[in-house]
Write a protein that binds this ligand. Structure first.
Ligand code: ADP
Length: 515
């Protein structure tokens, strides 16, 4: 947009939110650059940041954005690392930072939910539960510092029975591009008490429409919390052979399906485990993926499996033991498997390791240990295809990634988070962001994988800013009918195209026409 109009828009933003809540010039946008950019982070640089503190300010900011045609990129706490951080898809967008809207509106212990604003982090909610001795657990994502709203809207997940965050969401308040506030589900009715209890309401339900989209700005979100169990048991299985993956998935599926394993179960490759406790140099210092003999030495010395399975059992001791016995018995058919578990532990006693803490509802940042794997300034971008919980699909996806990763010089740092009916297959391309060649290779690898997987009929559940168009284009049934529907909704709800242009490959008509 022309500079004088941009300056007028900034002046208008300042009158709404105050001088100090509009950041512009002199590196103000630096903290909002993608810290793990696979290439030049300035490709996705914001022109300014506007911080709002309440819905009145938000409505007024949207009014200005509509008037001047300023694209806004909404973030809650902007910690969407590996997928773009707080950076906007469209360079020059103004980041609309919602972290100052950080009230925990309600925690209901009886009905097991919280209602929060965008700026409430998992740590904030955890501390509130602790401080008030509330008998509920939250489910933190792998890196627990982000917000409940941002992570849930991105359909993030964790490793307790409440690990499918989008599925545990109930009731939203959304501000539309025209400034109107809508409440979904039972919240659409004045005086109703079941907003966080009954998702559907009456008529069409829209909550999912505001996830991974650019149709509105979520200002409140309800999330179900897990009743604190009496105790828990952390289980850790190690599988000796690379070829065990198929049997692991086949054995796991029925146990997840009938809820014998209550939590999301995580299958981790040797490198994913090793990167948490060691560096690559200790095992192999050359280019290319770690060769087979070094992998063998690494797994032996660290005492880990080629595949490792983590899950947690919850409840009274007798029930936990009964579940454990069934699960042990099933997995014992896999040759050379080492099936271990921690002793049954009272829910008030915290485990030590980060991954273990996540499984009992305690946010932590251990997920970032992987950054040291390759040395230098560690960064990663994630490739995140959805995988059916079938051994043959898991093996096929694993081989496809491992081969392309090796071709571009990356180790297979990956694994599967298994729910009952699908798995998230997550592969992290770890690189040194100070090494442009490594960053470029990571980017090329991701593009190749998205295309290869698309051709094989596999789609992503989430992706980095740089690949949103490519990932969206794989969803091609009936000549991309779903995208056409999204574009119609976009045009109807946001005719000036001010909300997060390009998010998930959805572009406003006017941007598409201009390009
Ligand atoms: P985190 O909770 O990890 O800090 P972010 O704030 O980075 O998450 O949000 C992740 C993504 O979710 C953003 O890039 C944006 O597309 C979307 N998003 C975040 N907050 C909102 C919101 N309140 N309304 C609509 N979309 C949002």
């Amino acid at each position: 947009m022309p500079e004088p109009e941009f300056q007028q828009a900034l002046a208008a933003f300042r009158t709404i939110v105050g001088q100090n809540a509009v950041l512009v010039g002199d590196g103000a946008a630096e903290p909002y650059l993608d810290p793990f950019a696979p290439g030049d982070a300035h490709t996705y640089e914001a022109s300014a940041i506007v911080m709002v503190s309440n819905v009145e300010q938000l409505r007024a900011v949207l009014g200005v954005a509509n008037r001047f045609g300023v694209p806004l990129w909404s973030v809650s706490t902007g910690r969407n690392f590996a997928y773009g951080g707080a950076a906007p898809r469209l360079k020059g967008s103004v980041v609309l930072d919602l972290q100052r809207m950080n009230r925990i509106i309600e925690i209901n212990e009886t009905l097991g939910y919280a209602l929060v604003e965008p700026g409430v982090s998992y740590y904030d909610l955890y501390q509130a539960l602790q401080a008030r001795s509330i008998g509920l657990w939250l489910d933190p994502p792998a890196a627990g510092w982000g917000s409940v709203v941002g992570n849930t809207l991105e359909r993030g997940f964790g490793t307790t029975p409440y690990g499918d965050h989008a599925a545990m969401q109930c009731g939203m308040e959304v501000m539309l591009a025209n400034g109107e506030i809508v409440r979904t589900g039972m919240g659409a009715m004045n005086g109703n008490q079941d907003w966080q209890g009954f998702k559907a309401g009456f008529g069409p339900s829209y909550d999912a429409m505001f996830m991974q989209s650019n149709f509105g700005i979520v200002t409140k979100l309800g999330i179900w919390l897990m009743p604190k169990p009496e105790g828990y048991m952390l289980c850790n299985y190690k599988f000796r052979h690379d070829a065990d993956l198929e049997s692991i998935v086949e054995t796991l599926r029925p146990l997840k399906f009938d809820d014998t394993i209550q939590s999301n179960a995580v299958i981790e490759s040797a490198v994913r485990w090793a990167a948490g406790v060691s560096t690559r140099k200790q095992w192999h210092d050359g280019p290319g993926a770690i060769p087979e003999p070094a992998m063998e030495t690494m797994t032996r010395k660290l005492g880990i499996g080629r595949w490792n399975l983590r899950f947690c059992l919850y409840g009274p001791q007798a029930l936990v033991n009964a579940r454990r016995d069934v699960i042990h018995q099933r997995f014992s058919s896999i040759a050379d498997a080492e099936l271990t578990e921690s002793p049954y532990t009272h829910a008030n006693v915290e485990p030590k390791g980060g991954g273990d803490r996540s499984q009992v509802g305690i946010p932590n940042l251990d997920a970032f240990n992987l950054l040291n794997w390759r040395g230098g300034s560690g960064a990663h971008i994630d490739f995140s295809p959805v995988c059916a919980p079938l051994g043959r699909d898991a093996v096929r996806q694993y081989r496809m990634i491992r081969e392309q990763a090796a071709h571009y010089g990356f180790d297979y740092y990956g694994g599967f988070t298994a729910g009952p009916r699908s798995m998230h297959h997550i592969f992290a391309a770890i690189f040194n962001r100070d090494d442009p060649a490594q960053a470029r290779d990571a980017s090329e690898l991701l593009k190749t994988l998205i295309n290869d997987f698309g051709a094989a009929g596999y789609g992503q559940y989430r992706t980095h800013l740089a690949f949103m168009d490519l990932a969206a284009s794989q969803y091609d049934f009936n000549a991309h009918a779903l995208m056409r529907m999204s574009e119609s909704i976009k045009e109807a709800l946001d005719p000036n195209g001010i909300l997060s242009p390009g998010k998930q490959g959805i572009w406003p008509k006017k941007t598409k026409e201009r390009d």
